[in-house]
Design a protein around this ligand. Sequence first.
Ligand code: SAH
Length: 445
Amino acid sequence: MSQTKPRAPSTPHRQSQGGKDFRKRVQRSKQQTDAPAPQPATRPRAGNASAEPGLVLKADRDKSLLRRHPWVFSGAVERIDGAPASGDTLAVRDASGKFLAWAAYNADSQITARVWSWNEKDLIDKTFFRNRIAGALKARRALGLGRDSNGMRLVHGESDGLPGLIVDKYGDVLVMQLGSAGPEHWRDTLADILQELCSPVCIYERSDSDGRELEGLPVRSGVLRGALPDKVEVTEHGIRFAVDVAAGQKTGFYLDQRDNRALTGTLAADCDVLNCFCYTGGFSLYALRGDAKSVLSIDSSQEALQLAQANVELNSLDASRAEWQCADVFEALRKLRDQNRKFDLIVLDPPKFAPTAAFAEKASRAYKDINLLGFKLLRPGGLLFTYSCSGGISDDLFQKIIAGAALDAGVDAQIVRKLHAAADHPVLLSFPEGAYLKGLVLRVA
Ligand code: SAH
């Protein structure tokens, strides 16, 4: 059966300008050290051009699909039958011809296909996508996720059965990010469905993630449906944040840290707080509301800091307890150390240093560096909230890096909490890459 034609990869990771800068640095250094740089996609071998569009795997390369991992890497592909364009749906079959999945094809990516469905009877059409999106919305309602916030990730890519599609909701505005060829092909259909199911005043497209380059897709952003209001705001746990949907980082806000920010707020009373990589003030505002004694917030983005200060006003919080610094955190932490400044609670929430495992080594050094300095700046009994949103750094590796940092800083520390992204960023069991955000709360002796 021939199916329709959609067009790329990106995991549902967080992106940020800072992350991009760091990646450039990492890439340069990798080339210098002869470590493998990301490879361009190798085009799969063409098969019978007149056959139905289909992808046939090499012998014994079906294991990952049988475990329901939704990606087909180019190295596993024996041949492509028919003449599918990027984004078209094709049947994936094992070497013996047995059906495995319907998937979106991308000739220009190392991930040659991303699975839409494991069911041969499914037709990949508007009804299919409507059901998938309705399912994602229903799951969030069932989990009571709208109670604490009117901002929410409605669709979390692969983990919601929609590879490459991210949809974030900020009040009555939706932001859609198409990270791969499949959703790129279905762009208008997806926007229609979101309009029908959610009735937003605006659907804004932010298809400008790093991953699109790897997928051979152009960067694109702008209004898709409706009109973008002058001001977009989200209220989470009673705190209001202005969100810059058009020019802010990622889709405008870091929804994934919502519950972790709230936790920080509950532990900040009477503390001198240091919030590194503060963006629009997320953790800082919670700390201020939680009666922190002082909050020093650092970010390299002047625009983000301006919005952060506007957010303090928006919530009528005491601005006199807040200090904002536009600086590189790596340098700022050294200065604070040299000034012998001390804090009771430190948050380190850097951008994605390691988008894939290829970046892990250099990224590990960066994580160790900031965490070592963080440990040194803490008073005895102080708390370090430290995060990694790098898909290329596993939970285990992250914990090892932090252990190394504590050792070199000469402190004894306990893990008192392990943190993850909020529940509107679910992780499909067969897609561990979905668990990109990891956090540790450490208490130093
Ligand atoms: N904690 C924030 C999200 C942080 S995102 C929240 O809860 O909303 C990462 C931030 O790090 C971005 O705002 C980016 O501008 C900033 N950044 C990236 N590299 C940096 C660097 N070297 N020094 C300071 N800030 C940096």
